[in-house]
Design a protein around this ligand. Structure first.
Ligand SMILES: [Zn+2]
Length: 254
């Protein structure tokens, strides 16, 4: 299942956009006999369909074993749409399932800046990946000037080494996808504790908010002293640096 297809005359179609990104409508492609649509990944024939979750998409009648788009799970499919929707809600142009010319990467969601240049990839990474692969794939994007945010739904061994978010899906319709890990702030202890200690704490927020903060540059990926990476606001980094300096000074005095 993918959100994109290619038509020889119309170009690239994106089922997550009302005009399919090419000035057409869903009625032009859904249940239209004799319409030739191709998968952008394997060039196999695909057809328009609506999923049980009411997401419009394109499917392969016969799934080729080596096409990545043909074998995505429904959860991956929904998370991808959520990421694209969040990027668009934040005011950015976002393209689904698009790769670079050299074919060194294909982003689930590629976000473009005001000059239509890609600057951020949002990756729904639900299948296993080694920490080495995560770093290598992040570097491949970096060669083209594109940053990445990897998004998982479970704790993964790669999440501390690359900019990432761990999220939980909504339990029922109308609920939001929530970030559980990957977005942190530097604070003194939670209220009502007797002893206070300044530390980095991961916060919970909606995925929509997290994507907006990231794309608008309100939070940056920050690497902690132990090599762990998380998203945070520059002011928290300043606060943590100031605190570290203060502690060092205190030790020197003692
Ligand atoms: Zn395909």
């Amino acid at each position: 299942m993918g959100y994109t297809a290619v038509h020889t005359g119309w170009g690239r179609l994106d089922a997550s956009l009302d005009d399919l990104g090419c000035g057409r409508s869903w009625a032009d492609v859904h249940r239209v006999k004799g319409l030739e649509l191709a998968c952008p990944e394997c060039r196999g024939r695909v057809f328009a369909r609506v999923s049980p979750h009411r997401a419009r998409h394109f499917y392969h009648q016969v799934r080729p074993p080596d096409c990545a788009l043909a074998h995505e799970s429904p959860k991956h499919h929904l998370l991808k749409l959520e990421l694209a929707t969040a990027a668009r809600a934040a005011g950015f142009k976002a393209e689904l399932e698009v790769g670079n010319e050299a074919r060194t990467w294909r982003a689930d969601v590629l976000v473009l800046d005001e000059q239509d240049r890609p600057f951020m990839a949002l990756e729904a990474q639900l299948s296993p990946m080694t920490p080495q692969d995560a770093r290598m794939r992040t570097e491949r994007y970096a060669v083209d000037g594109v940053a990445v945010c990897w998004v998982s739904v479970e704790k993964r061994p790669w999440e501390r080494g690359v900019p990432s978010l761990r999220v939980t899906p909504p339990r029922c319709r109308g609920e939001a996808w929530m970030v559980r890990h990957g977005m942190a702030r530097y604070t003194w202890a939670a209220p009502r504790t007797v002893r206070t200690k300044a530390a980095w704490r991961h916060i919970s927020c909606s995925l929509e908010d997290a994507v907006r903060w990231i794309l608008q540059g309100r939070v940056h990926s920050h690497t902690g002293p132990d090599g762990a990476v998380w998203w945070t606001a520059p002011s928290y980094v300043q606060l943590a640096l100031g605190r570290a300096r203060l502690e060092a000074d205190a030790e020197a005095v003692v």
